[in-house]
Design a protein around this ligand. Structure first.
Ligand SMILES: *[C@@H]1O[C@H](CO)[C@@H](O)[C@H](O)[C@H]1NC(C)=O
Length: 366
């Protein structure tokens, strides 16, 4: 017993060391290629200020949201502002060539049963850095990335269910590093380089999302939590995207509030969809689309709602967000207008095997 215990500890230490070296390597690399502050040191150079200007539906430009002063002391900022300071957004930057996945085991372990799925991401994305991150490694990585904002780490550690942590992790890693997050049970059918329609300039898009559900039936509420539900099993983003900033701030605040009032541990499986899952993701995106800080409501006509996305068969660009039709991330579901896996718009195939969520709870909260 003692020998086994010790060798496990040594192996863990080796894995942790290797992983930290990998992180340092990435941090170093991103230092050399981009002027943004690294995770461990705050850059005080005011030339790193990033304007959030981009074209919105009605034309014109969007004012910068946070006054990113070169402060070292972040304590007088709101959580949202701290996140904006730590991970500024630049729509004109490139989509980082990362693929992030999480699972209980790494592909090097015998228990890993998603090799076929995992390989499709590597094959479709030569030159990308592809990481399958276990819970233990996620803890190390987040500690590095969010050290200056300890409330985020406290919230992550306080979440009582693995599914909540898995949801939160995807938003955290994309906010900090950008790239593609995809659930482990997902096949890449087409390279992400082809996800955004050709005529759309890459430097005008910072977030690529797909539709999980578009239930055009009177009893839709029996099956789904929202009339249009955006999926969060595959997301592509540039670092610092405001939707990610908003959702991270919201999950952090809500988790810590529930922790303090003692209701966090009482949370049922059924509330996951609303707390961290696709319902919250969908609401955050619609709020962004209708947020006067980002979109000049005096120019664009009317509220952006599910009506703008129902029945889509082509991608739609709203501000800096590319919304893909249901076929792209949910092909072959044989309902809601989704076409099959061989359709030119089918980009990923999601199996729902590596999802922590029971069947019904994936779509509808309690
Ligand atoms: C969304 O739909 C509303 C009507 O429901 C319309 O007024 C608005 O212009 C649409 N916006 C976009 C960006 O398609």
């Amino acid at each position: 017993m003692a020998t086994i215990g010790r060798s496990v500890t040594i192996r863990r230490a080796l894995v942790a060391t290797a992983f930290l070296l990998t992180i340092l390597f990435f941090l170093n690399r991103s230092h050399q290629t981009t002027p943004s502050p690294s995770a461990t040191t705050l850059n005080t150079d005011s030339s790193t200020q990033v304007s959030e200007t981009f074209d919105k539906p009605g034309g014109g430009s969007i004012p910068p949201i946070a006054d990113q002063k070169p402060l070292r002391d972040l304590s007088d900022l709101s959580l949202y502002e701290k996140l904006a300071y730590q991970y500024p957004y630049n729509v004109e930057s490139k989509f980082p060539a990362y693929i992030w996945q999480t699972w209980k085991w790494t592909p090097a372990q015998a228990e890993f049963h998603f090799r076929e799925q995992e390989a499709t991401w590597t094959v479709q994305h030569p030159g990308f850095v592809h990481e399958v991150i276990t819970d233990a490694v996620a803890v190390h990585l987040l500690r590095v990335l969010y050290a200056p904002i300890p409330e985020v780490l406290e919230a992550y550690h306080s979440l009582p269910l693995p599914v909540l942590k898995a949801d939160f992790f995807r938003y955290l890693i994309l906010l900090a590093r950008g790239g593609i997050y995809s659930d482990i049970d997902t096949f890449a059918i087409k390279s992400a380089l082809e996800w955004i329609p050709k005529p759309v300039p890459r430097n005008s898009v910072g977030l690529v999302i797909g539709i999980e559900a578009d239930p055009d039936r009177p009893d839709w509420a029996d099956w789904y939590s929202r009339r249009i539900q955006f999926c969060q099993w595959t997301i592509q983003s540039k670092p610092g995207h405001p939707v990610l900033r908003e959702i991270v701030a919201r999950i952090t605040d809500e988790t810590l509030k529930r922790k303090r009032d003692g209701s966090l541990l009482k949370m049922s499986d059924a509330s996951v969809v609303e707390f961290t899952g696709p319902a919250l993701w969908t609401d955050s995106i619609f709020e962004y689309f209708n947020d006067g800080r980002y979109f000049d409501k005096s120019v664009s006509e009317g509220e952006i709602s599910w009506r703008n996305f129902t029945g889509m068969s082509k991608a739609k660009i709203v501000g800096d967000v590319a919304v893909l039709p249901i076929t792209s991330f949910s092909p072959g579901v044989q309902q809601m207008g989704a076409k099959d896996y061989d359709d030119p718009m089918a980009f990923v195939k999601h199996d729902f095997e590596g999802t922590w969520k029971p069947e019904k709870l994936r779509h509808i909260g309690g």
